[in-house]
Every structure is written in C-alpha cells, then in structure tokens.
Design a protein around this ligand. Structure first.
Ligand code: XMP
Length: 519
C-alpha cells in the first residue's frame, strides 16, 4: 500500500465518481475509489484513510436495501464529505431524514448562503457573488438534518444544499462539486483536504520512483513482454518498465499494415535507437490485409483484427524464452470497478482493448504500472521519463487503425491514398499551430467515387472526409471550428497532392449523436 496520505472515495455508482479522484489528483492527493459493497469496518481500519468522500448514486436512500456505509466510518474521527447520494446516506445513517421524489433538480442551479454564513470552513471562497452556480442531479432531498449539522447554503429545490457539522468535520452537499459545471467545485475539495491535513504529497516524480520499485519487486529477475502499439500508454509503460528492469523487457510491436504514414518506422526507431529497448517488429500486414479482403462490415473488421492480433502476439511472445509477465498500459478508468444495481452487487471490470484475454490464454501474469493513472497523468509521467513532447502529445489512434477510417472494403490502394491524404491534413494542422488544440484529427476515405475536372480532363476518384474534434476524454466530442480559409487550403492541397482523391468534405457531426471514428 502506498506510503502517501490516503483519501478513500466510496463509490455508490455515480457516473462521475472518477471525476472526484481527478479533482483530488489535481491537488496532488492520493485517493482510491472503492465500491461501497467492498468497504467494511475492517477495510476502513486497514486502509486508514485520512479522509473519506461519499459519491453520488443512481439509487435512492429511501428504498429498502439501498447502499449504506459501515456505521464505524462515522466513529473513526476522520473528516467525511458526502456528495449528493453521499449526503443523503449521511443523513439517513446519522439521524436525519430524506424524502423521495418530486424535488428533482437537474442541471444548473444557484445556491444562496444561509443566514449567518457566507462561505465558511470547506465552503470558504464561495459566494463572492450573491449566488454560487452549481450542477445538480437529484430526485430526492434531505428534509431534516441529522443532529449536529447546520445549513450553510440553500437552492430553490434543495433547502439543505450545503450542510456541515463542524465539530465532527462532516460536510455534505446536494450538488456535484466534482463536475466542470460547478465552477468553484475545486475550491471545496481544496478546502476539505486542507482541513483534513493533507499536504499534497502525490507527485509524478514520487510516482515514478515507487512504480519502479514495485515493478522490480514484482518481476524480480524474470522476463516481461510488452505489446507496443505506438500510442502513448503502451510507450510510457514500456519505458518505465525498461527503466526498472532493463533488458529483462522485450517489446513486441505488431504492425497490422493499418498504421499511418511512416508510423511503424517512427515507433521502431524511437524504441530501438533512442532507448535501446529490445524490440521485435512483427510486420504482419500481409496476414491482416489478407484476412480483411472483402470485409466491409465494421464489426467484422474489428473482430477479425482483434483475433488476429492475439494470435500474432502470441506467436512472437512464444519465442521469447522464459517470459512470465505481460505488460499492459491499462489506465485507471479501465480498471475502476463499477457498481451494478440491477444485477445485485456484481462488479464489472472493463477489460483493456487489443490484448484482452491474452494473459489467461498464455498463462502470463500482468504488469500494469499505469493502472492508477488518468490519461493526462500518463503524459506527465512520460515527460518525467524524458519521452519527447512530440510523442507524448500525439493524438490517440485506435487499435484497429485505418481499417475503421476506410468504410467499405479495405484495399491496399485505398490505404495508400488515405495515408497520403491524412499526412497532408496533419501537416496543415501542425503548420497552423492547431495540433495541440485538437483531440484527434484524421481523414476517412469514403466508398464513393465522384466526378471532377482537373486540367482539361475528367476525373473519377474517391471522395474523402476530414474529421477533427475537440474532447476531454473521447466520450463526448465536438467538431473543430476551422476557418473556411484553412479548410479551403487543405482541400486544395489534398486534391492537388494526393492522386486518387478529387473531392474533400468536412465532417461537422458532434458526439453524440456521431462517434469520433467513422466505424
Ligand atoms: P468513438 O469512435 O467510439 O471513439 O467515438 C472514441 C475514442 O476511442 C478510440 N477508439 C478506439 N481505440 N481501440 C482503440 O484502442 C478501438 O477499437 C477503438 N475504437 C475507437 C477513438 O479513436 C477515439 O479516440
């Protein structure tokens, strides 16, 4: 267990629990999210958190068998902060009252300070204007405070929107301070952790040192295989593990022939030349493209690639004698256990793409040094490890690669055209200094030929779509508002420089309802 000061987040299944951890990480606080049904009085004693936060939930405390926390939590003498359902659980368990229904507030709401309070203790710094904007998402509300609590702030539909028991350091809010739409939510977390005595001792430099020590302890003098995709996660994992155990690590880079222009060469040279990491470059493009011949259904494409990937990886890994571990760049959002209410207290864990199922099949144990990190923290760790910024800042690239940017049948010709057009688009974006503002940008080659005129001749070539989106996590996205000048210039360049394309469109669909990729 980490030596850092620890904060425990008890998860009741809210959609935004991860954001609580996120806000705390920004304050250099180490936190762990545990599903409510795994938290017992024993785990509390064992983990000895310095403070506890209770999350929101889709459940209602007014229903029988709705989730609770061990009563011992409130007798440990540690500060507790309840959010939404967390507030209601505190009231239900500490002697207050919660009423169901008819009081729903969803979305933006405004809180006013209660008489005699203008933002004290963990709410200090709020109410600099008359009202404080917050984000609500609740059906039930507290109607009677538990003994010891007083009201700090109220909203039209939640008269007990902010409450506190200063003597015991228990605090609770009806709204969600962890989401972006509660502009001063961060301030509340900052006040809470300060009051709980946290010093902010969780930094990337300390994470790196601890991760290296953990890898050494886990692996000893045995061997590790790492599947490199060329993406940031697996690259950072590989460099970190190499720093820990040197040549006991071998990387396998499966090249499925669906990568961008020059991508395979760049990855190989970076790992072999710059880091001197033993690397197997498995060029299996013939195998993958052969299997994809005539396939146009998106799911069949994905499944074909996924299955072959596992076979190929296994084939190469089998040649690495004595390997006992498989390294994966699994991130925190992939491993957080989510709580299921419909199916009882069963727990679903999201599995990682690409190599899912491999460890069991090959009898390998997992090394997952990034499983406590969020994406931007992986980038920070990469910087700490000296990976070049140009590499760390790279846009995400999907496992199935260009296959899902080539609707309809995939042919080598189409892939070649797509690669060239994509390279021009990215070049344009870089030249205009827009790369870092964009979450992802790419070209999709469409299964449509259109008529054009170039010089004095008629052309009958492919149409392509440019796609560029802004996003924070890939879950929702909006199209990037390029200027018409930029779009015009890019279309002209693509059509002039890429033989095989004579028409260029810009995809202005957001997600939802669209997805980022075309398939
Ligand atoms: P969509 O298209 O679902 O994509 O809006 C969301 C994000 O996920 C990436 N993506 C994938 N990444 N394997 C991956 O590693 C996949 O099969 C896959 N499909 C989509 C996509 O590029 C975007 O960043």
């Amino acid at each position: 267990m980490t030596q850092h000061q620890r904060l425990l987040i008890i998860d009741f299944g809210s959609q935004v629990t991860q954001l609580i951890a996120r806000r705390l990480r920004e304050l250099n606080i180490y936190s762990e999210i545990r599903p409510f049904n795994t938290v017992t009085a024993d785990t509390l004693r064992e983990m000895a958190p310095q403070a506890v936060i209770l999350s929101g939930s889709p459940a209602s405390v007014t229903e029988t068998d709705s989730p609770r926390v061990p009563q011992e939590l409130f007798e440990m003498g540690v500060p507790v902060f309840g959010i939404c359902y967390g507030q209601q659980v505190m009231m239900a368990q500490l002697g207050g009252r919660v009423e169901a229904g008819h009081h729903a507030e969803y979305g933006r709401a405004f809180i006013s300070p209660a008489a005699g309070h203008k933002g004290d203790s963990i709410f200090a710094g709020l109410f600099e204007t008359e009202r404080e904007q917050v984000w609500m998402s609740h059906g039930d509300r507290v109607t009677e405070l538990a003994p010891g609590f007083e009201i700090i702030g109220t909203s039209p539909n939640a008269p007990m929107a902010m409450i506190a028991d200063e003597a015991r350091h228990f605090y609770a809010v009806q709204f969600h301070p962890e989401v972006h739409h509660t502009p001063h939510g961060r301030k509340i977390f900052e006040n809470f952790v300060k009051l709980a005595g946290f010093t902010g001792d969780w930094t990337m430099a300390s994470y790196r040192d601890e991760a290296i020590a953990t890898i050494r302890a886990q692996v000893g003098d045995r061997k590790v295989i790492c599947g490199l995709s060329g993406g940031v996660d697996s690259s950072v994992a590989a460099v970190l593990i190499h720093e820990a155990i040197g040549d006991q690590l071998t990387c396998v880079f499966v090249d499925h022939g669906l990568l961008r222009l020059n991508e395979a060469e760049e990855v190989v040279s970076m790992f072999r030349d710059n880091y001197n990491i033993p690397l197997i470059h498995a060029d299996e493009s013939d195998l993958f493209l052969g299997a994809l011949e005539g396939v146009s259904d998106p799911e069949t494409k994905r499944k074909t690639i996924g299955k072959l990937f596992i076979d190929v990886f296994q084939k190469y890994a089998n040649d690495i004698e004595g390997a006992e571990f498989l390294a994966q760049g699994t991130l925190y959002p992939d491993v957080i256990e989510s709580v299921s209410f419909s199916g009882g207290p069963s727990v679903t864990i999201k599995s990682h793409h690409n190599v899912g199922g491999l460890p069991e099949k090959m009898g390998l144990k997992l090394v997952e040094p990034l499983r406590e990190l969020f994406k931007d923290e992986v980038r920070a760790l990469g910087r700490e490890l000296g990976l070049p910024d140009s590499f760390i800042g790279r846009h995400p690239f999907p496992g199935p690669g260009l296959a899902i940017r080539c609707p309809g049948e995939i042919t080598r010709d189409k892939l070649e055209i797509l690669r060239k057009a994509d390279a021009v688009f990215i070049d344009q974006i870089r030249k205009h200094g827009l790369y870092d503002e964009i979450w992802q940008a790419f070209v999709a080659i469409l299964p449509v030929r259109t008529v054009g005129v170039m010089g004095d001749g008629r052309t009958y070539d492919y149409a392509c779509a440019l796609r560029a989106v802004t996003s924070v996590d890939g879950m929702t996205a909006d199209y990037y508002p390029f200027s018409h000048e930029f779009l015009g210039e890019t279309a002209t360049r693509i059509i002039n420089e890429v033989k095989g394309i004579n028409r260029c469109t810009y995809d202005i669909t957001s997600k939802p309802p669209g997805t980022i990729e075309w398939e």
